[in-house]
Ligand binder design. Structure first.
Ligand code: FE
Length: 206
């Protein structure tokens, strides 16, 4: 009898172990999955934080041969004798951390509607300073193509005492040459009296 009872209890314990074993495995599996999901969330969050607080600086582009120092200080390059499609470009100058760079200097120069630069005087050349919010506004005309070059504006952007970023801005849908860069294409909209566009410059400063 004792033997039978012992055997019976042993079998019952064995049955309980059998029933428990899969549950322990499930719990262990669930725990492992939770840890992996948790780790992935931490990695993703870290990535998002990094993306939010560090934008890539605006790429440089070749300065070219037509820059002239000492351009007049002005926000409008429109003057008597300048013909073409009116073009208003606005945007901000920001740091890689997204902070406005108040007082940043922007020096623009460009070809006229026929693709010609004024290398004698200062037509279609001018510099200005970003306001307290880092904003700038340029009033000009759409530059013409010349040679193999797509339409482009040249610009030098500089935070006070910072390095000079010399680059070029392009128009969407234009032909591409070796200087063309999709990161330097302005966002354009048609306006009643020409075109309006936006572009934010991001300087490699904190
Ligand atoms: Fe040019």
């Amino acid at each position: 009898m004792d033997e039978d009872i012992q055997t019976g209890q042993g079998a019952a314990k064995e049955q309980i172990r059998e029933n428990m074993a899969p549950r322990r495995r499930d719990v262990w599996l669930l725990g492992s999955v939770a840890i992996v999901v948790g780790l992935l969330m931490v990695i993703e969050t870290a990535g998002l934080v990094k993306a939010a607080d560090a934008a890539s600086p605006t790429p440089a582009a070749i300065e070219g041969p037509y820059f002239k120092p000492n351009s007049p200080k002005r926000t409008s390059l429109l003057e008597l004798g300048i013909t073409g499609t009116k073009f208003v470009l606005t945007g901000r100058v920001l740091s890689t951390a997204g902070k406005p760079i108040a007082g940043a200097r922007l020096d623009f120069w460009q070809a006229d509607g026929k693709g010609e630069y004024d290398n004698v005087g200062y037509k279609l050349r001018g510099h200005q300073f970003a306001d307290q919010a880092g904003r700038y506004r340029l009033e000009t005309i759409v530059p013409g193509e010349y040679g193999s070059r797509p339409r482009h504006l040249h610009v030098k952007v500089q935070a006070s005492n910072g390095p000079v970023l010399a680059t070029q801005l392009f128009f969407p849908g234009d032909r591409r040459d070796f200087i063309f860069n999709l990161d330097l294409v302005v966002k354009v909209q048609e306006a009643a009296d020409g075109k309006v566009a936006t572009f934010d410059f991001i300087l490699d400063v904190k």
